[in-house]
Design a protein around this ligand. Structure first.
Ligand code: MV4
Length: 482
C-alpha cells in the first residue's frame, strides 16, 4: 500500500458518513468544537433527527444502504461542500482501508487511523501474528489459512481439541465453527470456508485453541501522530446474543487489578510499537484463570464508547477530530482518571417474544429516561418510522454511578423509565438482566444470554396494559356508537 503524507490542518467542516444515533453523536462533537457539519441521508432516512441537526444535509438517492457506502460519491460531495474531513462513524465505511486511502488521495482528512493499520487489523491472522511479535499473548493456532486438511488436522491435534475455526476476513461470528473432535474437522472446515467465502468474498480460515466460557474484555486506546499512546480503561462486553453485544460495562466488575494492569501495559506498548494513530479497541478473551489473549482489534469508534466517556470524562469523538487535525494529546496517562462504573444498554427494535425478530414501523410514544448519571444516544423519537433496511438499534442508554451496586440500581430505575410504544423492543430483556442475581453480583461470561434467556420472563407488562386500554376504549366507543 502506498503511504500518503498525513494532512495536518485545522478542521472547519466535517462530512458525517453515517446515519442514526452515531451521526447525531458526531454532529454534537463538532458543534462543541465550532465545526460545521454536512450530513448525508437515504430516502428512508429523510425524517431522521440527525438530518435536521446538521448544518447541511444531502439526499443520496437510490439504494438505501449504498447511500452510505458509495465512497466516490461521498468524497465528491465532501469536496463540493468544502469539507476538510470525513468522520465514518462505525459500520459502513469505517474500516475500509481503500476508502481511508481514497480520502487522503483526494485531500480530505479521514478521521480515524492510517489506511495501513485499518488493513493490517482487518486481516485477523496478520493482526494476531503482529501482536504476538509485539509481545501480546495470543492463543495457539495456525498462522496461515488452511489449504491442506491433513496439515490443519495435525495442527488441531497438537494444540488439542476443542479448537475454533475463524474467518480471517470475517466478523459477527460468520465463518466461525467450534470443532470438538477430529471426526468433525473436515465438515466444519468446509462449512466455515463456504460461509466466509459467501459473506466476505474470501474464504481464508485459520485455527485457534477454543476457550470455554471466556469473558470478552476490550481496551480503549488513544494515540496522537507523535507517538503518545494512552489507554482509557477497559470494557466488559461479555453480554452478547448471537455475536451482537447488548450490554457493555466500563470497567469490568470482574477483572482483578493485577490482570488489568498487565492488560493495559501490553496494549499500550503494542500500539506504541506499531505506530498506531487515532482511536482503536483491542479485544481480548479472558479465561477462567484470568489469562488474557488478544483476538482482534477494531480500528474505529465503537458503539460502546459512551461508557468510557462516562468514567473518564473524555470526549472520544472530539479527541478523534483533534488527533486527525494533527494536535498532540493534551493529557498524559496519569492525568486520566477512571471514576465509578458505567453500563450501556442497546435498545433494539426487535421482539424478544418472537425470537428477536426485527420490528419496523411507527413509534407511537417515546419517553426517554433522565436524571443523575443518565445519558441517552438515540435515533428514535415519537412519530419516527423505523425503516427496514438497517441495524435494529434505535437507542443507547448509558448510566453512571460511583459503585457497581449503585450503577445497577440506577440502571433498573432508568430502564423502567424508558417508554417506547408502537414497536416491540428488547427493553423487557434489558430489565430482566438488571434484576438477575448473577448480573447484580458481576458474574457473567459470553455464555450469559444463552444460559439465562430461558429463565427470563419477557412479557411486556406495559404492552398488555396498553392493549387493555385500547380494548376498553373500543368497547366504550362501540357502546356510544362513535
Ligand atoms: C473465541 C471463543 C473461544 N475461543 N475464540 C470471536 C468473535 C466474537 N464475536 C466471538 N468470538 C469468540 N472467539 C477462541 N479462541 C469464543 C468466542 C465467542 C463465541 C464463539 C462461538 C459462539 C458464541 C460465542 C460468543 C461469544 C464469544
Amino acid at each position: 500500500m502506498i503511504k500518503f503524507k498525513p494532512i495536518n490542518r485545522e478542521i472547519k467542516k466535517v462530512l458525517v458518513a453515517n446515519r442514526g444515533e452515531i451521526a447525531t453523536r458526531i454532529i454534537r462533537a463538532c458543534k462543541e468544537l465550532g465545526i460545521k457539519t454536512v450530513a448525508i441521508y437515504s430516502e428512508a432516512d429523510s425524517k431522521s433527527i440527525y438530518v435536521k441537526k446538521a448544518d447541511e444535509a444531502y439526499l443520496i438517492p437510490g439504494d438505501p444502504i449504498q447511500a452510505y457506502l458509495n465512497y466516490f460519491r461521498i468524497v465528491d460531495l465532501a469536496k463540493q461542500t468544502k469539507c476538510d474531513a470525513i468522520h465514518p462513524g462505525y459500520g459502513f465505511l469505517s474500516e475500509n482501508p481503500e476508502f481511508a486511502e481514497y480520502c487522503l488521495k483526494q485531500g480530505i482528512i479521514f478521521i480515524g487511523p492510517k489506511p495501513e493499520h485499518i488493513a493490517l487489523f482487518g486481516d485477523k491472522m496478520a493482526a494476531k501474528k503482529k501482536m504476538r511479535e509485539l509481545g501480546v499473548p495470543v492463543l495457539p493456532g495456525s498462522d496461515e489459512p488452511i489449504t491442506d486438511i491433513k496439515k490443519a488436522k495435525k495442527i488441531a491435534d497438537e494444540i488439542g481439541y476443542p479448537v475454533i475455526l475463524k474467518a480471517a476476513f470475517g466478523g459477527g461470528g460468520r465463518g466461525m465453527r467450534i470443532v470438538r473432535k477430529e471426526s468433525d474437522f473436515e465438515d466444519m472446515f468446509r462449512s466455515a470456508y463456504n460461509e466466509a467465502k459467501k459473506f466476505f468474498g474470501r474464504g481464508d480460515v485459520f485455527i485457534e485453541k477454543y476457550v470455554e466460557n471466556p469473558r470478552h474484555i476490550e481496551v480503549q486506546i488513544m494515540a496522537d501522530k507523535y507517538g503518545n499512546v494512552v489507554h482509557l480503561g477497559d470494557r466488559d462486553c461479555s453480554i452478547q446474543r448471537r455475536h451482537q453485544k447488548i450490554v457493555e460495562i466500563a470497567r469490568s466488575p470482574s477483572l482483578k487489578e493485577e490482570v488489568r494492569k498487565e492488560l493495559y501495559r501490553a496494549s499500550v506498548k503494542a500500539m506504541f510499537k506499531v505506530g498506531y494513530e487515532n482511536v482503536g479497541t483491542i479485544e481480548y478473551l479472558v479465561d477462567e484463570n484470568d489469562n488474557f489473549y488478544f483476538i482482534e482489534m477494531n480500528t474505529r469508534l465503537q458503539v460502546e464508547h459512551t461508557v468510557t466517556e462516562m468514567i473518564t470524562g473524555i470526549d472520544i469523538v472530539q479527541m478523534m477530530i483533534k488527533i486527525a487535525e494533527g494536535r498532540k494529546l493534551d493529557f498524559l496517562q496519569e492525568d486520566i482518571t477512571m471514576r465509578g462504573y458505567a453500563i450501556e444498554f442497546r435498545v433494539n427494535a426487535e421482539d424478544p417474544s418472537k425470537n428477536f425478530a426485527p420490528s419496523v414501523g411507527l413509534i407511537t410514544s417515546y419517553h426517554s429516561p433522565g436524571g443523575p448519571g443518565v445519558r441517552v444516544d438515540a435515533a428514535a423519537y415519537k412519530d419516527y418510522v423505523i425503516p427496514p433496511y438497517y441495524d435494529s438499534m434505535i437507542a443507547k442508554l448509558s448510566v453512571w454511578a460511583l459503585t457497581w451496586e449503585q450503577v445497577v440500581n440506577r440502571a433498573r430505575r432508568a430502564l423502567d423509565e424508558f417508554i417506547i410504544r408502537g414497536v416491540p423492543t428488547n427493553l423487557p430483556l434489558l430489565r430482566a438482566i438488571v434484576r438477575d442475581k448473577d448480573f447484580i453480583e458481576g458474574k457473567f461470561t459470553t455464555k450469559y444470554i444463552e444460559e439465562k434467556l430461558p429463565t427470563f420472563n419477557l412479557e411486556d407488562k406495559a404492552r398488555d396494559l396498553e392493549d387493555l386500554v385500547a380494548a376498553i376504549a373500543g368497547a366504550i366507543a362501540a357502546y356510544h356508537r362513535i
